[in-house]
Each structure stands twice: as C-alpha cells, then as structure tokens.
Design a protein around this ligand. Structure first.
Ligand SMILES: [Zn+2]
Length: 240
C-alpha cells in the first residue's frame, strides 16, 4: 500500500524536492514500522517461549518474597546485561540501572536493595565505550534538560582519557555508596565492589571480562586481590 502511494506521489512530484522528501519519509516510516513490530514480536514470543519452557515449580520459591544476595548498579547500555555476570540472576541480583551506573540518580533503589532487601554485596558495574561518560565529559549545554540532569551528577572531566574516566566514575560511585552505607561496611555486613565490564578489550584483559577495580574504597589491585573475598577464585580479574 505504501509502495502504491509512493508511485502515485512520484508521478506527481518526480524530480522535485517534495517527492524526494515524501519518498524518503515513507520508506523510513515503513522500515521503522517493521522495526517496531519486530521488537514487540520478539518480546512477546520470547516471553511465551520462556513461560512454556519453565515449569511451575521454578517460580514457587520466590512467588511470595525475593531473596537476592547482590544489589547491582549498572549502566542502561544495552550491551551490558546481567546475564554477562550470572547464570542465575533471578531472585539473586537486584538491579538498579541508569545512564552512567550512578549512585545519586538511583539512590532510593540502591538503598532498597541494601537496607530493605539486605543484600550483602553492592556492586557498581561501569563499562567500556560508555556514552554517558563521553557525554559527561563534553558540552552538557547541548544536551536535553532531563538527560543533562542525570549527567551533572557525574564528575569525570579530570580523567585523562575515556577509559580512565570510566574507572574514575566507578570509584566516585563507590565513594558515594561508602558514605551512605558506612556503618554496614565497617561492620562487614556489606561489601561494596567497583568493576568495569569490558566488551571490547579496551583494558587488555580480553573481551567480555569483568574487572574488579575497587573493594570498599581500596583501589590497589594487590590489596584487593589479597582480600579473603577472592580466595580460591581462579578467574578473578583485578586491576587497571
Ligand atoms: Zn554506559
């Protein structure tokens, strides 16, 4: 139908700017329509498959209460997913996401995880090639107000490059969380971890690695590695 309309429009406006504009717009709309339908279909079908494959018993243990061990603060970036760090995140990882994996912009959710659900681990996960970091280091006046508001809470301009800015941002978030959960950390009820998920080997540990860069404010890789929390873990990557 859209193609028919395009043909008619082309007869009327052929060679003129209005035709080019109308054709491009119609094609873009057609393609966008397909994308929207495809994305919705994937969500519906993937959920239907999940519901069909998963036996009722699977849901029973958490139907009345959740019991996560970890509060995870992640960037909203679609390339970073909980599945990258867990083979069983359901009822185990309480997730708060925002642009730039920040404490301030989602403080209430984090406090709910740590104080109400009492997760003993709080982890901030930054990532390579983070758009929020790049934006926060640029001219914020060019950015729409609601987005700017969430970026203003980041303080990463002092870092010499983007990779180090990602790390600095994680350290900043851990510092803010330490101030909020000071007592819990001091009494060892909570461990706060800062990490970077690297999906393009920017930090030299390999694609897809989670690199631990901060433990309760400690940034020295040797001291972090010596923590008993990492005893016996062959695959732990600590550094940058
Ligand atoms: Zn990001």
């Amino acid at each position: 139908m859209i193609r028919m309309i395009l043909t008619i429009v082309s007869v009327v406006f052929i060679g003129s700017t209005p035709f080019v504009y109308a054709a491009e717009t119609a094609l873009k709309n057609e393609s966008l329509e397909k994308t929207i339908k495809g994305a919705i279909a994937d969500l519906i079908e993937d959920n239907a498959a999940f519901a069909a494959w998963t036996p009722d018993e699977h849901f029973q243990s958490f139907q009345d209460i959740q019991n996560p061990r970890v509060t995870m603060v992640m960037c909203s970036d679609s390339r970073v997913q909980v599945d990258n760090f867990s083979q069983g995140a359901e009822n185990d990882i309480f997730v708060a996401r925002n642009i730039g994996n920040q404490f301030s912009t989602t403080q209430g959710s984090i406090e709910y995880g740590v104080n109400s659900l009492k997760t003993p681990v709080l982890i901030f996960v930054g990532h390579s090639h983070c758009g929020a970091i790049k934006a926060a280091r640029g001219d914020l006046n060019q950015i729409a107000p609601a987005i700017r508001k969430e970026l203003l809470t980041m303080d990463v301009k002092a870092a010499p490059d983007e990779n180090q800015a990602v790390a600095l941002n994680v350290h900043n978030q851990v510092e803010k969380a330490l101030a909020d959960f000071k007592e819990k950390v001091e009494s060892k009820k909570v461990a706060i971890i800062g990490a970077i998920y690297d999906f393009r080997n920017d930090y030299g540990y390999g694609n897809g690695q989670l690199i631990i860069i901060n433990l309760n404010g400690e940034k020295d890789p040797k001291k972090i590695t010596n923590s008993h929390y990492f005893d016996g873990l062959d695959h732990v990557k600590v550094g940058i």
